[in-house]
Write a protein that binds this ligand. Structure first.
Ligand SMILES: Nc1ncnc2c1ncn2[C@@H]1O[C@H](COP(=O)(O)OP(=O)(O)OP(=O)(O)O)[C@@H](O)[C@H]1O
Length: 254
């Protein structure tokens, strides 16, 4: 059974229909890529799922619970997580301290409870770091990490809320091809191990084709295609919106 049901979802800004009546589902243990050219409505869709934007029409249910009309914090509590970039202010904390902060937040403890030397939830934080291959770097400050490793810590932070659905907005932006593949392989492993669902946007087609179980394609707010990567690759409408007719998807040069 599907975890997420999106039905006839829509949002306009002035006269622009940013998202125009789209419907799709997402199952547990599935990595679904949301792709489309600039201005297609990807971010607007994401922000309606996490509650930052209120839909004008339609429904979004998670495990049968309606999300439209709920505040971002409530939606987060229901199990919709997202990856955040580690804020500047937290980069001086160590890797494990950042994950401990996220665990405190999940438990709704006030940040005032946090003491720098605290070992609150350290073991739990280390277990999460182990899952993303960062346990050995737990006591290093985040500010000295390689970019790919920061991304792994961000993933561990998102896991602290034990999400049923994880939203990832361009997770591999700015990464070298090797790092990109390693982050997505890790994400896929987490999806399998935790039975989590992932909805992600991505401009890098090699990542999408290698890791997405299924894809949905938006163009000008409408859902124009849906299917497995190979079906999408050969879909005439997709070819057209991306490249103009007659062209094919090509791997981006590394
Ligand atoms: N806050 C806003 N106010 C007015 N128009 C907006 C707003 N947010 C988005 N839009 C418009 O809605 C449409 C969809 O934008 P959206 O950001 O969702 O697309 P996108 O697929 O995420 O694009 P990109 O790949 O460039 O990030 C665009 O025409 C955009 O200009």
């Amino acid at each position: 059974m599907s975890l997420l049901h999106v039905q006839n979802l829509g949002k306009s800004f002035g006269g622009v229909k940013a998202v125009d009546g789209i419907s799709f589902t997402l199952a547990k243990g599935e990595l679904l890529a949301l792709i489309g050219p600039n201005g297609a409505g990807k971010s607007t869709t994401f922000n309606m799922v996490n509650g930052q934007l209120k839909a004008d029409q339609g429904s979004i249910t998670l495990d049968g619970t309606e999300l439209v009309g709920k505040k971002p914090r409530e939606i987060w509590r229901l199990g919709v997580g997202r990856t955040f970039q580690i804020a500047e202010t937290f980069s001086s904390l160590t890797v494990v301290e950042n994950v401990q902060m996220a665990l405190l937040s999940h438990d709704a403890k006030l940040f005032a409870m946090w003491r720098r030397a605290s070992d609150h939830k350290r073991d739990e934080a280390l277990a999460l770091l182990d899952q993303v291959g960062m346990k050995s770097q737990a006591d290093r400050p985040c500010s000295v990490l390689a970019y790919g490793d920061v991304k792994r810590v961000e993933l561990a932070i998102a896991m602290a809320n034990d999400p049923k659905l994880l939203l990832m907005d361009e997770p591999t932006a700015g990464m070298a091809p090797k790092e990109r593949n390693s982050l997505m392989a890790l994400t896929k492993q987490l999806v399998i191990d935790r039975g989590m669902a992932v909805l992600f946007t991505e401009h890098s087609m090699d990542v999408v084709f290698a890791y997405a179980d299924r894809m949905i394609v938006l163009a000008r707010g409408r859902l124009i295609a849906e299917g497995k990567p190979l079906e999408i690759r050969d879909h005439p409408k997709v070819q057209e919106v991306y490249f103009g007719s007659g062209k094919t998807f090509e791997k981006k040069a590394a």
